[in-house]
Structure formats: C-alpha cells, structure tokens
Design a protein around this ligand. Structure first.
Ligand code: GCO
Ligand code: MN
Ligand code: MN
Length: 388
C-alpha cells in the first residue's frame, strides 16, 4: 500500500515565502503570525520536504545590519543541519521595495538598474553560500501599465545586458550555478515582458552564454495566459532548458491564486506529473503556492503535505496508465506504422521530394477511421478517478 510519504529522492522543495506567507492580499492584512526562516525550516522538516528556497530578503531583511544578518544565517544554518534540508535554489527580491516600482533591470532610471545588479550579485553570493545550484530570475516588476512609459525593445535589451552581466559574474567567481528564467504574463505589473515560457526560450538564445540559462516554468503563470502548461514544459525539456519548475494551480482568467498543486485542474496536473516522470526530469519539484488565507499554521502544514501527496498520487496514476494493457494497446494502434511512408518522410532530399510529389494518396480513405481518443480519454478519467 502506497502511503505517499515524501522522500528526499522526490526532491520536493518549498520557498520560505510560500509556507511563510502570512495571508496578506490586496484587500486584507496578515492573518498568520510571522515565523523566522529557521522556524519555517523546522516546519518544512516536519512535513517531509527535501529542500527550501529563498529570496535574499526572505532570509535577511533588506535593512538588516551585518550583525543581524550573521545571527539569522547562523540560526538558519543550524535548522538546515538538524532537519537535513538543503537549499537547491535561490533568487532575488526585485519587486517588493518601492525602489523597484518601475522594474529592476528594465527600469527607466539607470540608478535603479545599477542598484538591481548590485542587489542581485549579493543575493547570488548568499545563495551560493547555502549551496544553491539554480538561480531563478522572476521579473515581477519588469513591465508596464502604460506603453507610453517604456520602449518594449529597450526593455528586452536591458534585460539581456543584465543577464549577460550575471553570467560573466558567475563565471568570474567560478560558481557552479545555472540561471532559470521565470515568465509571468501580468501581476503585479499590468503587463510583464517575456510573458510566457516560450518567449523566454526564444530570448535565451540571444544571450552571450545561452548554455548557462534555462527556464523555471510555473503552472499558474501559463494558466493565467490560457496556455497548456505541460506543452510549455515539454518544449523547455526538449530544448534542454528545464532547469527548475514551480508547481501550484490556478483558474485561468483570474488573479494570481497560487493554489495547492493539483487542487484546480487535476487532469492538467496528471499530464504534467506523467510528463516529468516519463522523461525522468531530475530537478527540484518546487511548490510555489500559498495556503488559503483561512488557515492557521496547522492548515499551512496540511497545504504543504497536500502538494506533495497529490504529486505522489498522480505519479502512481501515471505508472498505472503506462502499465494499463488496454491503454497501451490503444496507443500502439493509434501510432501504428507499417513503414510504407518511410521513403517519403525523414530528412529532405531532392529525389524524395520528387517521389512524394508523384505519389497518389487516397485522401478520403485515409480520413475514414476514427482515432479512438474518446475511449482513450475515458480510460484516463477512469484511472484518475480510481474507477479502474
Ligand atoms: C509570483 C512568482 C514568484 C517567483 C519567486 C521566485 O507569482 O509571485 O511565481 O513566487 O516564483 O519570486 O522567483
Ligand atoms: Mn507565481
Ligand atoms: Mn513562481
């Protein structure tokens, strides 16, 4: 009997900002008391997480003195040692402070752009100090409310210049670090540049060191844009760019909800988990989600356990799908290939093109058979609902 207990090999991670969220929203203040980073590590240890990620200011407040910073780091390090949690990823908060109200790397003010680079370098140092191997860039404020204010082309150039700078910085410092770019279409800005994972993938190829840079796709962000998340993840994977992933859930067309993983679109979550497991994705499964505002910290633990449990349930369902004889027979039938078209497919040659142009296709006959996808989808639903 599978107990769906999280284990280190599952690489389940949470951000300090996720379980540490105090439930503030645009219409209401905090509902949960504040917890220190060390306390949050113990909470994550209790629910069975493997790792914890942080923004620089989740760990060390923006105006902490050097002495305060040292004592916070000491308590955090002790909590990591006693729980066995690791820090696989770190990132910079370039969105909360008023200085970033018009963005960081894309701000129209060069002082802000320079300060953002300074803050990011220090934050990279902090992440590396705790062992992070992946460094995420989420440009939450890199956008506009009015396109009168900023050149969209200039914004891309500024972002490129900043990322090239950090790649050189990491190389210079001999850091064992990869960068992962996280797209989001909007919120907190009216529109954010490079709004989807696909945009990010194209942008990465224009950098000086594209090999150091991949993506960190997030379920909610692609669902906000009305996209099929798994397809974006698959494209990133196929390009060798899936360096990290942010798991949560989201109703399309709504504000940024950060729901517990799998709690909204179970079927989409199933195809995603099945994809990650089928291709043997070997990175963190990071839950970038928040507990409902209705919860106390017991509810936060329920939320965190729920994210991991749903992932493991869906992983089991994916294995069941792969082992199901009827499903596999249907898939074999759907993908049947008698080799007759081999001379026409594959790479281009002038002879192949000429032969293909001459070939007579019986278009009407080819279109006749049904594809049996209704049956296949219902089998998937039966598996997912535990009916099969
Ligand atoms: C959001 C984002 C953030 C980032 C985080 C790490 O919608 O607020 O998903 O949670 O993932 O800043 O870069
Ligand atoms: Mn998000
Ligand atoms: Mn995220």
């Amino acid at each position: 009997m599978n107990t769906y207990n999280p284990k280190p090999e599952h690489q389940f991670t949470f951000g300090l900002w996720t379980v540490g969220s105090r439930g503030r929203d645009p219409f209401g203040s905090e509902v949960r008391e504040s917890k220190t980073p060390a306390e949050l590590v113990y909470l994550l240890g209790e629910v069975g997480a493997y790792g914890v990620n942080f923004h620089d200011n989740d760990l060390i407040p923006i105006d902490a003195t050097p002495a305060e910073a040292e004592s916070i780091k000491k308590a955090f390090r002790q909590a990591l040692a006693s729980t066995g949690l690791v820090v696989p990823m770190a990132t910079t908060n370039l969105f909360s402070d008023p200085v970033f109200k018009d963005g960081a790397f894309t701000s129209n003010d060069p002082k802000v752009r320079a300060y953002a680079r300074q803050k990011t370098m220090k934050s990279i140092d902090l992440g590396v100090e705790f062992g992070a191997k992946v460094y995420v860039f989420w440009g939450g404020r890199e956008g506009v409310e009015t396109d009168s204010s900023k050149s969209a082309v200039e914004a891309i150039k500024r972002t490129r210049e900043a990322l090239n700078f950090f790649c050189e910085y990491a190389l210079d410092r001999k850091y064992d670090l990869k960068f992962a770019l996280e797209a989001k279409p909007n919120e907190p800005r009216g529109d954010i540049y490079n709004p989807t994972t696909g945009h990010m993938l194209a942008f990465i190829e224009t950098l000086d060191h594209p090999e150091m840079v991949g993506v960190n796709p997030e379920v909610a962000h692609e669902h906000m844009a009305g996209l099929n998340f798994m397809h974006g993840v698959a494209q990133a994977w196929e390009a060798g760019k899936l360096f990290h992933i942010d798991l949560n859930d989201q109703y399309p067309g709504r504000y940024d909800q950060d729901l517990r993983f799998g709690s909204r679109d179970l079927k989409a979550a199933f195809y995603l988990v099945k994809f990650l497991e089928d291709v043997k994705y070997n990175g963190s499964r990071h839950f970038d989600a928040h507990a409902y505002r209705t919860e106390d910290y017991e509810g936060v633990k329920d939320f965190a356990r729920g994210c991991m449990r749903t992932y493991l349930i869906l992983k089991e369902k994916a294995a069941q799908f792969n082992a199901d004889a009827e499903v596999q027979a249907l898939l074999a039938e759907i993908n049947a290939d008698d080799g007759a078209m081999a001379p026409f497919l594959g790479k281009y040659t002038p002879e192949k093109a000429a032969a293909l142009k001459e070939h007579a296709f019986d278009r009407v006959a080819i279109a006749q058979p049904g594809r049996k996808y209704e049956r296949l989808d219902q089998l998937t639903i039966d598996i997912l609902t535990g009916t099969r």
